[in-house]
Write a protein that binds this ligand. Structure first.
Ligand SMILES: N[C@@H](CCC(=O)N[C@@H](CS)C(=O)NCC(=O)O)C(=O)O
Length: 210
């Protein structure tokens, strides 16, 4: 299986972490979003022109959370995406929450405080940062409260929900996301950062950027 990705994309990283955790070999293809030629190729496999994109034989799949679920469903005996109806619905709930609320809010900090400077797109916009802060207070508050009495987001062990929600947090330092008040969230994130899947993708990220 081939995955088109870029190391600064947290949407790609949540897929790469999932593959590592499941022990599935992925052929990683670095896609340079600043190259017109490479974007043309991307458009041919994803009409939204976004990474990640998985190619599994003649099957092409885009949308990071859908790819994570596909990889888990392909893996016999896996425990990160439960088969039981309500357990699966709960994992789905948090994955949608991440895609709809949590990740887009973190992405504003990442874009304004880090990516803009990297690509020369101007100074951080204070109005956008205030909007992100308002959303952070709401959604980080929700997650922090949820994690007050639990080690993992859904059920009693690691699931795709943890990997989906944690990936955008790779932006916490470069994006200067003010997470200090959310102590349960931070403790959970430290647990995720101890996973091989997190460490190995961090290493790849450093190697690819170097
Ligand atoms: N909902 C999509 C979002 C994908 C996405 O926004 N990818 C970004 C990188 S993190 C991208 O390819 N951006 C390129 C662009 O918009 O030009 C997913 O979860 O896969």
């Amino acid at each position: 299986m081939r995955l088109y990705h870029h190391p600064i994309s947290s949407n790609a990283r949540r897929v790469v972490m999932t593959a590592h955790h499941l022990g599935l070999p992925l052929d990683l293809v670095l896609l340079d979003l600043s190259s017109a030629d490479q974007r043309k190729h991307l458009l041919a496999i994803n009409p939204n022109e976004k990474i990640p994109v998985l190619v599994d034989g003649d099957f092409i799949l885009w949308e990071s959370c859908a790819i994570m679920q596909y990889l888990a469903d392909k893996t016999p005996g896996q425990s990160v995406y439960p088969a039981e109806l309500r357990a699966r619905a709960d994992v789905n709930r948090w994955m949608f929450w991440s895609a709809q609320h949590f990740a887009p809010m973190i992405a504003i900090f990442y874009w304004e405080n880090f990516i803009k400077g990297l690509i020369g797109a101007g100074r951080p916009d204070p109005v956008e940062l205030q909007r992100a802060l308002t959303d952070l207070e709401k959604y980080a508050g929700v997650l922090d409260g949820h994690l007050a009495q639990r080690r993992w987001v859904s059920g009693s062990g690691l699931t795709l929900a943890d990997l989906a929600i944690a990936a955008p947090l790779m932006a916490v330092e470069p994006g200067r996301v003010p997470l200090a008040p959310y102590t349960h969230l931070q403790a959970w994130f430290s647990r995720v950062q101890e996973l091989d899947a997190w460490r190995q993708t961090e290493l790849e990220e450093e190697l690819l950027i170097a």
